[in-house]
Design a protein around this ligand. Structure first.
Ligand code: OGA
Ligand code: NI
Length: 337
């Protein structure tokens, strides 16, 4: 059944040592941490009023599909507090964490959701929370321990929402469009989902993947990386590159829905996470998702003879996303003309 958890948390599995069959990838799908560093730009998002920074943004999103955002208004101390609280949560005794266990939906604490029998499971445990719209919050999944968890998640995601909107405006302007072009399509009632990822150490890290290759179903994703432990890789031209750690930066990537809106100009990059045998890794991904009632389609002004329309009009892309994922297909294929 979708969502049920036949194998326990990865944290439990990891503590037993042996890597179960369900987590082992075939040799050609495995990865290595000694990849070259990716060259996605570092962008001062306080300078979006200037031409050169917009140009850097456009180029970064066309080539890598991601960039590192600095000068976003959140202090490194605050980001460290977010990281610290996530670490404290995953460090709680199992029985305490299980109070927030995922039930029949995506939200809550648990291991990789099982969507199909052939699925090889990700070496990760997660806490998944919908934070926006506010009325959608299901507080039974929101930890009250550590004490400041809720308050800090609230503050962090409120900031991320504003930062995302600033970036989506800049993305439109970088294409010589009205700044609201992307945002208007996504609607007033956007959804923000926060996914805390915990990657336990693995005795045989070469056999598993923290997260298998995927592109995000969001419009954009804002990732707070672990400050010390690498593992995230992006694909470009069929090659894998390591995402560098910049402690004060947020890693922003295009998701499938902004690729659709931009008619393929901005790339929703395929990425994955590797684990290691020495240190656990924690990250926080926040997905900026259009209102599921809104129609997402390539902007009229980005369709012309040299750039014909590449994608259909889609609605509730996230629903579609999981349907395709379940069949082992890239969800974007559902949208391609
Ligand atoms: C994700 C993701 C990357 C990471 O949650 O979709 O790609 O570094 N996470 O944890
Ligand atoms: Ni992702």
């Amino acid at each position: 059944m979708a969502g049920t958890n036949p194998s326990g948390t990865v944290q439990d599995v990891a503590s037993k040592g042996e890597v179960p069959e369900r987590y082992i990838h075939k040799e050609s799908d495995r990865g290595a941490l000694n990849a070259p560093l990716m060259a996605a730009p570092v962008i001062d998002i306080g300078l979006f009023s200037s031409g050169p920074e917009l140009e850097k943004l456009r180029h970064g999103l066309q080539s890598w599909g991601c960039f590192q955002a600095i000068n976003h208004g959140m202090s490194t101390e605050f980001l460290d507090e977010v990281r610290q609280l996530a670490k404290q949560f995953f460090g709680l005794p199992m029985e305490e964490k299980l109070k927030y266990s995922r039930e029949d939906e995506m939200e809550g604490y648990g291991n990789d959701m099982v969507l199909s029998d052939q699925q090889i499971l990700d070496w990760t445990d997660r806490l998944y929370l919908t934070v926006c719209p506010q009325q959608s919050r299901r507080f039974k999944y929101w930890p009250t321990n550590p004490e400041r968890f809720r308050e800090v998640v609230d503050e962090y995601t409120a900031n991320v929402k504003l930062i995302s909107e600033k970036i989506l405006k800049a993305m439109a302007r970088s294409l010589d469009l009205d700044e609201s072009s992307f945002l208007n399509q996504y609607g007033e009632r956007i959804q923000l989902d926060a996914r805390f990822n915990f990657y336990p150490r693995c005795r045989n890290p070469d056999l598993v993947l923290g997260v298998k290759p995927h592109a995000d179903g969001s419009a954009i994703t804002i990732l707070l990386q672990d400050k010390e432990v690498e593992g995230l890789q992006f694909m470009k031209g069929n090659e894998w590159f390591n995402a560098p750690i910049i402690p004060g930066a947020l890693l922003v990537n295009v998701g499938d829905q902004a690729e659709i809106t931009s008619n393929g100009i901005f790339k929703s990059p395929v990425h994955r996470v590797l684990t290691n045998s020495e240190r656990e890794r924690i990250s926080l991904a926040v997905f900026y998702l259009p209102d599921s009632d809104k129609e997402i389609e390539p902007l009229e002004k980005l369709i012309n003879e040299t750039q014909p329309r590449l994608y259909k009009t889609v609605k509730n892309f996230v629903g579609l996303y999981f349907e395709y994922y379940q069949q082992g297909q890239r969800p974007m294929e559902a949208a391609r003309i």
